[in-house]
Design a protein around this ligand. Sequence first.
Ligand code: ZN
Length: 148
Amino acid sequence: MNKENTEKLYSAFPQLYSGLYEDESYENFMSIGFECGDGWFDIIYELSSMLHQRFSNQGIKTILVKQKWGSLIYRINLHNEEIENMISEAMERAKSTCEYCGKDNAELYVCVRWRVVLCKDCAMKGKECLPINEFFESANRRKKRLTK
Ligand SMILES: [Zn+2]
């Protein structure tokens, strides 16, 4: 995520993201920043806002935000069902939101072996981006050729 969006999140939720300016440790990976594309900014902002409203008086703090295998990963220092539900909802939205531009109806692509959720336009711009099903089909065809 770019600096401008990172600053927006920090200035709106300084307690949640205090880790951005603290040393990295097992309790804090936020010093690396938000390790995902800017297309997910709105999702993260809305999740942050809900977490802040409900749990800021309980010392809530985000430990890590990243994209892994095309999924949004969000870890915080408190655990309860309400928080799990808020995070699951954000993860669901990220599954169909382009990580680059934020457009809806995005799908999971494999781009040079990286899994990314993209809209069609962004996938066209990317080098060697295949929808995940086509990627597996071509990988399996390759495998069959090799094992013959
Ligand atoms: Zn896009």
